[in-house]
Design a protein around this ligand. Structure first.
Ligand SMILES: Nc1ncnc2c1ncn2[C@@H]1O[C@H](COP(=O)(O)OP(=O)(O)O)[C@@H](O)[C@H]1O
Ligand SMILES: [Mg+2]
Length: 465
């Protein structure tokens, strides 16, 4: 067994059991509790680590994690059935499961996501271990919660809290999803920024190295949490020529790709790319587009500087329903994050401070829209027979307008008086005067946590609240 494995065995109960059955009793014999405040990746990746076997085995830094058996994880995922399959990436497939105190006394009843290392995949034991060490110790409202792991023979699995709305990439770019409203996009940017900032503010900063939209998970209320730290490092910042460049094309910082220079500022660049994705509704790499338009940063960066060109790049699916002032600030921030000079980029704490006030900006025009209700249900039989749809004007808009209309209108008038771009004036006028069939509208109608309707509105629309 390599020295590396020898060390790892000691602090992750259950690991390598099958290979070295004789080690465990010895471990417990020699253990004296040693207060290691924090276990660093360098402690375990370096075979010549000053930490001895007994030091590691007696740390309690990972004691919050449950060590599951493979059998238990098979049980909670119905033997990793296809119907429980959530998706798969470089690490391996992910399955939904459910745990409660029938599985283990004291376990909180909750849905979980079980990620299984694929031995043929692009990642391996070290990535699995990195995830355990980072998420086992660093807890934050905007980092996904690692509940436990399984390490049996060759099997490596991770058990996380289940995030109902999957990842941001799918929410933004998959056709069947509804459009994320402006305010939700900003909330996601702030929260993801807080998660990343928390990692950077550690005594030994953790560099995420794979910050991207598909690694930002969303719960039912669109709270954002970062996931996937298999490629993370808490090693020294600087030129890293010893390891291969890791990360994702379209998100990785130029200095890291070109000369292997890795720092927290590389993550800030990736954050800038995600911010740009939120603003534009376009993915970082879009192979269906041609030439310069394939790479989002190359296409959008020159336009970010010029506020008059902003409406060329803001996601058209927002249909003008965004804060112009907020969009300008966010665009300027994205531009700074995407600077080719790492030192010119803002720190994550500055990023968060810049984005937070955008949550309170209310200069968001609200357009009327029409909802197309499929005429199903007890009273809709006539129309159903004819195969038609009933078009009703959305009551919610009426209600909302009563409350917010005056204030919004006042703000809008002031904005227009201030002589903002002519194009916007024209666009907003259009928005106010036409019926819009939109995904955003559907969100409002169906009363997701993005926009919750008053109960009366559901009744008026014949939709179960
Ligand atoms: N904790 C979780 N809750 C819900 N879905 C998850 C969770 N973790 C991962 N997933 C989903 O599993 C799929 C694969 O995830 P992952 O292995 O991280 O690959 P990638 O990041 O390349 O998409 C993704 O669609 C992701 O949304
Ligand atoms: Mg992921």
């Amino acid at each position: 067994m390599s020295p590396k494995n020898f060390i790892l065995t000691s602090f992750l109960p259950g690991c390598f059991k099958a290979n070295i059955p004789s080690l465990e009793p010895k471990l417990h014999d020699v253990c004296k509790p040693i207060s290691i405040q924090r276990l660093y990746l360098s402690d375990v990746s370096n075979p010549g680590s000053p930490l001895s076997l007994s030091d590691l085995s007696s740390t309690h830094v990972l004691s919050s994690l449950h060590v599951f058996t493979l059998k238990e994880l098979q049980l909670i995922t119905q033997k990793f059935s296809r119907s429980n399959y959530l998706g798969g990436g470089g690490f391996g497939p992910v399955y939904k499961g459910f745990i409660d105190d029938r599985l283990r006394p004291g376990l909180k009843a909750q849905s979980v996501a079980v990620k299984m290392l694929d031995s043929d995949g692009t990642q391996g034991h070290m990535e699995w271990l990195t995830e355990v060490i980072i998420l086992g110790q660093l807890k934050h409202p905007h980092l996904v919660n690692l509940i436990g792991y399984c390490c049996e023979d060759k099997h490596r699995l991770l058990v996380y809290e289940y995030m109902e709305r999957g990842n941001l990439h799918d929410q933004l770019f998959t056709r069947y999803t509804v459009t994320l409203p402006w305010s939700t996009r900003i909330k996601i940017a702030v929260e993801a920024g807080q998660g990343l900032g928390f990692l950077h503010e550690q005594e030994k900063p953790v560099i995420c190295r794979d910050f991207k939209a598909s690694n930002i998970l969303l719960d039912h209320d669109y709270n954002a949490k970062l996931s996937d730290f298999g490629l993370a490092t808490d090693g020294p910042q600087g030129v890293d020529v010893t390891t291969r460049v890791m990360g994702t094309k379209g998100y990785a910082a130029p200095e890291y790709i070109n000369i292997g220079h890795l720092s927290t500022m590389s993550d800030v660049f990736s954050f800038g790319v995600v911010l740009l994705e939120l603003l534009t509704g376009r993915p970082s790499m879009d192979k269906s587009r041609h030439d310069r338009h394939k790479n989002l940063v190359e296409w959008a960066s020159p336009l970010l500087k010029d506020h008059h060109k902003l409406d060329h790049i803001i996601d058209p699916r927002l249909e003008g329903q965004y804060s112009v002032e907020g969009a300008r600030k966010a665009a300027t921030l994205a531009y700074q994050c995407l600077s080719h000079h790492p030192k010119s980029r803002p720190t994550m704490s500055i990023v968060v401070k810049t984005l937070q006030p955008l949550l309170d900006m209310t200069d968001i025009p609200i357009g009327p829209f029409v909802y197309v209700v499929p005429s199903e249900g007890k009273n809709g039989s006539d129309m159903q027979k004819k195969g038609k749809e009933t078009v009703i004007e959305c009551e919610m808009v009426k209600n909302e307008k009563k409350c917010e209309g005056k204030e919004a209108e006042k703000k809008e008038k002031t904005r227009l008086r201030k002589g903002k771009g002519r194009r916007h004036r024209h666009r907003n006028k259009l928005l106010r005067s036409r019926a819009v069939y939109s995904d955003t509208a559907l969100y409002k109608i169906l009363g997701t946590s993005l926009h919750t309707l008053p109960k009366t509105s559901y009744r008026e629309m014949n939709i179960e609240a």
